[in-house]
Design a protein around this ligand. Structure first.
Ligand SMILES: [Zn+2]
Length: 174
């Protein structure tokens, strides 16, 4: 079986993970001898954990008093810890069907310093049924594409996981 790792080369080493409470603290050695970049995912940790388990999860406002969602908000991806409209904590929900279509795209032929994905590749914006936001990610396929093409989520899981947003990518297909 072809894995994500077989289909794209990332110019990054998997980040080590520390935990403080429920939050991941990521240690990314991206600066080589100059040092390691430490940052926490804080309240968004469940999203990044989910990617490493092959699960796509977002957040939705469930506050009945929210002026916009009235407690029945659509999913946000990437997630937000708190609703931007009522500022209350949002609830975690799994995306039932991690498929969608290409809403827009850019072909990246030559990346700038620090780009971690092997070029050329497509940076895509994905529209997913039931998700209110458009998610930016990248496509594994390198053949010509067009707006509206169907895509499905793929994940870097287990030992292949980078513990970053790069653990989510997409491939053409229904
Ligand atoms: Zn709200």
């Amino acid at each position: 079986m072809t894995t994500v790792k077989d289909r794209v080369t990332l110019e990054t080493a998997p980040s080590a993970i520390d935990t403080v409470g429920d939050a991941w603290v990521v240690q990314n050695p991206r600066f080589g001898a100059e040092g390691t970049h430490y940052h926490t995912y804080g309240l968004l940790t469940p999203y990044f954990k989910g990617l490493t388990e092959g699960r796509l999860i977002g957040t939705a406002c469930v506050n009945a008093a929210c002026p916009i969602s009235q407690g029945t908000g659509e999913l946000w991806l990437p997630p937000r810890a708190d609703c931007p409209d009522c500022h209350q904590p949002m609830a975690w929900r799994e995306v039932g069907d991690a498929r969608g279509y290409i809403y827009s795209y850019t072909q990246v032929v030559r990346g700038g310093t620090g780009l971690e994905i092997e070029c050329p590749y497509y940076q895509i914006d994905v529209k997913i049924e039931g998700v209110g936001t458009i998610l930016k990610s990248y496509l594994l396929d390198r053949t010509p594409i067009k707006i509206g093409d169907r895509v499905r989520a793929k994940f870097r899981t287990g030992a292949d996981a980078t513990h970053t947003c790069l653990d989510l990518c997409w491939e053409l297909g229904d």
